[in-house]
Design a protein around this ligand. Sequence first.
Ligand code: TTP
Ligand code: MG
Ligand code: MG
Length: 481
Amino acid sequence: MRRAPTILHLDMDAFYAAAEQAAKPSLRGKPVVVGGIGPRGVVATASYEARVFGVRSAMPTAQARRLCPNAAYLSPRFTLYRQVSDTVMELLRALSPLVEPLSLDEAFVDLEAGGVPAETAAVRAVGEQLRRDIKAATGLTGSVGLAGAKMLAKIASEAAKPDGLVVIEPGTERELLGPMPVRTLPGVGPATAETLRRAGIHTVAETAEAGEAELVRLLGKAHGTGLYAMALGQDDRPVVAERDAKSVSVEDTFEVDLTDRTRVRNEVLRLADRCVGRLRAAGRSGRTVVIKVRNYDFSTLTRSETLRGPTDDPAVVREAAVRLLETVDTTGGVRLLGVGVTGLAGFTQEDLFAQLATEREAEEQAAGGAAEPAEEAAGEPEAGVELPRRWHPGLDVVHEEFGAGWVQGSGLGRVTVRFETPWSAPGRVRTFTVDDPALRPGEPLPLLGGPDQSSAPAIRPKSVSPAGEAESEAGEEISRR
Ligand code: TTP
Ligand code: MG
Ligand code: MG
């Protein structure tokens, strides 16, 4: 534990949904749900306006539609989110060499390693300035937590949401954590919480009072000891720059052992996507794909496969992970699954081109299933009918006469488009036939900028486009590695 709150945790507010609201003026202040829009799709996230109705991440989209029928339901546009993420991560890297991205919208920063004086006033000023810089550079808001430990910094940013900053002064953490539900602590899922509840333990304070021996008796050695330390606010994990890391991996423990083979496979696919998300957030690629399987009896094994070259392609990592899974007997039940990529390299030029080529494809695929990528592409209202193009709601289009807009909906051979841009007033809706030759798919527009940039797509191949400001930064980033 540090004596000053020099660990910063940043998390963007309602990230995908906020990016969509910034891009689509007619949706500002309205409920927006981003995710798989098909019948088996899952919610990736919901704007705060939609959360009021109970819509949450990972909820089936069908359930969200029942709770909040008037929300806009949009397919994700990962190209845009990655672009915003890159901008945010660059701002963080300007604060310290020790930045640990956890996902596209979230990272730890070690401010002490960045030379910020170890005093509350100084770190608070840096956190507030960062929030202003993020707003200015992206148009979006993020929340900041500052504390002397990673766990506490993350709890602080959660408490700061939305659009806020919270500092936990070292020395006050036990008092602050005490009344919080035990679920607040990392690693406490519904099953652990239930075990603790049956033992009369509901809050963090009660967890600490129970004592280490009792927690070990209830939860086993590793989990019990770890939980006790966290209940005391003790967490000395360092911030690790992903750039220096040798591997990136993600894993999940399941409340109930998984026995269904399809479910196991879907979880592995989901983990592969999450792993690639972290890999990309760090601007890295890797050569070896690893899976980890812990069986019902706690026996744990890993399998790995080394590719011909480094990759950050979700399809390649998914395929390798599934191939590896096929070599493992999971019939007894699986407690934990993990997917990792090791042998990390920075981006090579070759990777970049390969990435650009597959990006469209991956988005097409993801647009149907989003948070549940294992699902097949969404059934459109007119599924079964041969369509010349698929117009997913939320995606960018350009019309020869009316200019840039986005798909509001499609069905029965028609597509409705709202013509507006991030810097325009809310726009009008027009309807076309799905094969209207004047209508074609567009590129994400920059969230900030203005009419003078309206012809410039937000994303261009970084290494070949003329140097706009964002691209020249990215170019330097690549050559540094
Ligand atoms: P989060 O930071 O967990 O959520 P959020 O940014 O939408 O909202 P907030 O932080 O204000 O509570 O996740 C970041 C993005 O990751 C989110 O916008 C969409 C995506 N995501 C999924 O696709 N599936 C999920 O289950 C979760 C939790 C997030
Ligand atoms: Mg977030
Ligand atoms: Mg997050």
